[in-house]
Design a protein around this ligand. Sequence first.
Ligand SMILES: [Zn+2]
Ligand SMILES: [Zn+2]
Length: 85
Amino acid sequence: MISIMLDLKPNCECCNIDLPPDSTEAMICSFECTFCAACADQHLNGKCPNCGGELVSRPRRPADKLARHPASPARVFKPEGCAQS
Ligand SMILES: [Zn+2]
Ligand SMILES: [Zn+2]
């Protein structure tokens, strides 16, 4: 069986704050654009600036699963997309 996994990105695209896999502050859209809760709320009105999709809380990955399926190391930082207030 092939399972498609979420890409757990390590930071917020807007403010570059760290969002570890067990963070409760991480918000994602359906394309896995990743933001912190503060940016999603205060700058983005709950909408992804890249695709216009809704941002929802990212589920946390259990530590035993993280060992086999680690979070993505690739930071995405696009502050220009978050300029609208
Ligand atoms: Zn942020
Ligand atoms: Zn998006």
